[in-house]
Design a protein around this ligand. Structure first.
Ligand code: B12
Length: 370
C-alpha cells in the first residue's frame, strides 16, 4: 500500500471523515476569487487578502510538496434554536481540526523522520476552502460553502502543508445546480452573485463584528447570537442528507478532537446577556465563539431578546440598562423599544435624563419614539 493510502487509512481510523491531498501549487482559484471580490468592491473581513502566503503553500513551508486537507463533521447541535450556528457548537473547531491534523503530521514524521509539516485550520494564512476543493473533499456551492459528498456543507476545514510528496486527489464535480435557494433565502441579500458574499450584509459577519450593529440589520438578526446558517439550511443538498449521521461516521473512542462533546449547553439569550464576567470563560471558553468575547455576544443577545418580543425579558433588560458598557446599554434600549409596553417605556423614560453617553441617549430616544 502506498504511503498516501496508509495515511488516509490512518486518518479514517482516527475518526477523520474527510481527507485528501493536492500538490502545493499556488492557489490560483483563490487569487481569481479575491480579485473578483475587489473588482466588485466587496471586502473579505478578518483576513489579510494581500498576504502572498494565503495563496502559496511554499511560502508557508519552504520546499512544500503537498497540502493535505481534512474536514471534520459538525453534528446537529444538542440545543437547536440557541441562536448559535452549528459550526460553533461543542469544542472549538480550530482546536479539533488542528488536533486531527497534528495526528497526521506525527504519522508522517514516524515514516519520514526528516519531514517538515505545518498544520492550520483557519489559524494560518491559507484559504481553507480552496485547499479542500483542490484536495477533492467537495465542491463549492453558490452559498460559497464547501459541500462534501454525504456530509453536505456541515464540515469544518483545515490543512497540513508538508514537504513529503503524496499522490494528489482530483476535485469532485459540483452538485450545485444553481437553484439559488441560498441566495433567495439570505435575509439580507448578502449573496450578491453565485459564490460571492457581501460580508458587510452577512448576518454571520455582523454577529462576529465589534461595535454598534447597524439599525437596518437588527430585525433581520432575529435570534442569532453567533453565526448564521440560513444559506446552508435551505440548500437542497443539505436537506437531502439523512438527519442522523452518527452511525455512518466512524468516530473511535479516544479521539475527542473529532467529536464535540462535554461543553455545557448554550442557553437562551437572557442567560447570555446576564452572563457575569468570570462566568463567560468558565462556561464557553472552549467554544469557537469565545474569541469574540463576552460583550459582542451580550450585544447580540440583547438584540435577540428584542426580536423575540417577549415582555418576560423586560426585567433582565432593565438590569442590563445599568451596564457600564454603552454598547450594551444602547442595544438594550433598542430591545426595550422593540418589545414595547408600559414597563419597557417607563424604564427608558427613567434612565433617559441620567444617560451620560450621547449615542446611548439617541438609542433611548429612538426606542421611545417607536
Ligand atoms: C473571512 C471568513 C468569513 C467571512 C467572509 C466569508 C466569505 N464568503 O469570504 C464571514 C465572517 C462572513 C464568514 C462567514 C461564514 N463562515 Co467563514 N471563514 C472566513 C475565512 C477566515 C476566510 C475566507 C476567505 O478567505 N474568503 C475569501 C475567498 C477567496 O475564499 P473563500 O470564500 O473561502 O473560498 C472561495 C475560493 O476558494 C473559491 N474557490 C474554491 N474552489 C474553487 C474552484 C473554482 C473552479 C473556482 C473558480 C473558485 C473556487 O470559491 C470559494 C467560495 O467563494 C475562512 C477560514 C480560512 N482561513 O480560509 C472561514 C471559513 C470559510 N468559514 C467557514 C464557515 C463555517 C462560515 C459560516 C458558515 C459560519 C456561520 N455559520 O455563520 C459563514 C458562511 C458565510 C458564507 N456564506 O460564506 C468555514 C467554511 C466551511 C465550509 N464547509 O465551507 C471556513 C473554511 C472555516 C473553517 N476552517 O472551517 N466567514
Amino acid at each position: 500500500m502506498s504511503f498516501t493510502r496508509r495515511l488516509k487509512e490512518y486518518a479514517r481510523q482516527q475518526g477523520i471523515p474527510l481527507v485528501g491531498a493536492t500538490a502545493a501549487h499556488p492557489f490560483t482559484e483563490a487569487i481569481e476569487t479575491v480579485e473578483d471580490y475587489q473588482k466588485r468592491g466587496l471586502m473579505v473581513p478578518f483576513v489579510q487578502v494581500d498576504d502572498p502566503a494565503r495563496y502559496d503553500p511554499r511560502l508557508i513551508l519552504p520546499g512544500a510538496k503537498t497540502v493535505v486537507a481534512v474536514g471534520l463533521w459538525q453534528p446537529p447541535p444538542d440545543a437547536p434554536g440557541s441562536g448559535v450556528a452549528r459550526f460553533a457548537h461543542g469544542y472549538d473547531y480550530h482546536h479539533r481540526v488542528t488536533g486531527a491534523l497534528e495526528k497526521l503530521g506525527h504519522f508522517i514524521t514516524k515514516h519520514y523522520p526528516n519531514a517538515g509539516w505545518k498544520a492550520m485550520a483557519d489559524t494560518g494564512p491559507l484559504v481553507d476552502r480552496t485547499a479542500a476543493w483542490r484536495a477533492g473533499l467537495g465542491w463549492v456551492g453558490h452559498n460559497c460553502l464547501l459541500h462534501a459528498p454525504g456530509l453536505g456543507s456541515w464540515v469544518s476545514l483545515g490543512e497540513l502543508v508538508t514537504d513529503v510528496e503524496l499522490e494528489p486527489d482530483v476535485p469532485v464535480p459540483s452538485e450545485c445546480h444553481g437553484c439559488d435557494a441560498c441566495r433567495a433565502a439570505c435575509p439580507t441579500g448578502a449573496l450578491v452573485a453565485p459564490g460571492r458574499l457581501d460580508a458587510s450584509r452577512c448576518l454571520s459577519y455582523l454577529t462576529q463584528t465589534k461595535g454598534w450593529l447597524p439599525v437596518e440589520f437588527r430585525h433581520a438578526l432575529g435570534v442569532r447570537i453567533y453565526g448564521c446558517d440560513t444559506c446552508q439550511e435551505v440548500c437542497p443538498v443539505n436537506r437531502a442528507l439523512p438527519s442522523a449521521r452518527d452511525s455512518d461516521i466512524h468516530i473511535p473512542a479516544g479521539t475527542p478532537e473529532c467529536l464535540p462533546t462535554g461543553v455545557p449547553a448554550i442557553p437562551g439569550p437572557a442567560a447570555v446577556l446576564g452572563c457575569a464576567k468570570g462566568e463567560f470563560a468558565k462556561l464557553w471558553g472552549h467554544t469557537a465563539f469565545a474569541w469574540r468575547g463576552r460583550q459582542v455576544l451580550r450585544r447580540n443577545a440583547a438584540v435577540a431578546l428584542g426580536n423575540l418580543g417577549d415582555p418576560a425579558a423586560v426585567p433582565v433588560l432593565q438590569q442590563a440598562l445599568a451596564d457600564p458598557n454603552p454598547l450594551i446599554r444602547g442595544h438594550v434600549a433598542w430591545a426595550l423599544g422593540r418589545i414595547g409596553g408600559k414597563a419597557a417605556r417607563q424604564t427608558l423614560e427613567r434612565v433617559l435624563g441620567g444617560e451620560p453617553d450621547t449615542r446611548v441617549g439617541q438609542e433611548i430616544r429612538q426606542a421611545l419614539s417607536q
